[in-house]
Ligand binder design. Structure first.
Ligand SMILES: C[S@@+](CC[C@H](N)C(=O)[O-])C[C@H]1O[C@@H](n2cnc3c(N)ncnc32)[C@H](O)[C@@H]1O
Length: 206
């Protein structure tokens, strides 16, 4: 049933759905490989769709860990509510991942320890991808991790201004095979801090 709903959404909204089938459970498990569930106070998931990654997150998390799901598609949002709204500490929002800050604040949180993304960065409008990545850098904990998957390595450079790559793993048991990227928050160099930049001396006229 979830697969049929997914295929339908792909034909209705190809750019934001980004895939014809939900991810496999093998890919879902690989997405979890760099998450320290014992340490996580808050995990945010962008674009959970029919909830393949959500199920793995819920299986492994401590019951006190807050899980925030942000799904833009109303049909997927309804499905997620049907399946997960009874779970303790799960908060489901029908919104764009660009608004992560609002939803963290609603739960009294300043940062997420982990952000797991199913977003199709290769097909989303460039400006939306850039906004989401800028907000991800802002709201990811300084020791946190951002985990995402892509079907090719071609768009890897869209992350580079916001996040630093930790590792890449490949999962063949998915249609199509996919790469799992783990990133950490990019720390801006001292030269970007306004307080540290010395004022320029007035230029002398010769
Ligand atoms: C490739 S599907 C992945 C679904 C699921 N995570 C999986 O792997 O099977 C992409 C998902 O991202 C959602 N999405 C696209 N743009 C979004 C945005 N700006 N904010 C939140 N969700 C978005 C889509 O509606 C869809 O559910």
């Amino acid at each position: 049933m979830a697969n049929i709903s997914f295929i339908l959404q792909y034909f209705l909204k190809p750019r934001t759905t980004g895939a014809i089938l939900p991810s496999s459970r093998f890919l879902a498990r690989k997405m979890m490989a760099n998450i320290d569930f014992a340490r996580a106070e808050c995990i945010v998931e962008y674009g959970p769709g029919t909830g393949v990654f959500t199920r793995e997150i819920l299986r492994a998390r401590k019951s006190g860990t807050k899980i925030i799901l942000i799904e833009r598609n109303e049909n997927f949002f309804t499905l997620l509510q049907e399946n997960f709204s009874d779970e303790k500490n799960v908060f489901i929002y029908c919104d764009s991942a660009e608004n992560i800050g609002t939803h963290l604040a609603a739960q009294g949180l300043a940062h997420a320890d982990y952000i797991v993304s199913g977003l199709p960065f290769a097909s989303l409008p460039h400006e939306i991808s850039q906004n989401i990545l800028a907000r991800t850098r802002e709201f990811l904990h300084r020791d946190g991790r951002f985990v995402t998957f892509q079907y090719t390595l071609l768009k890897k450079k869209i992350f580079k201004d916001y996040l630093d790559l930790v590792d890449i793993r490949r999962e063949f048991r998915n249609v199509p095979p996919a790469y799992v990227f783990t990133f950490k928050k990019k720390t801006l160099g001292e030269t970007f801090s306004e307080e540290k930049v010395s004022p320029k001396p007035p230029s002398k006229r010769l």
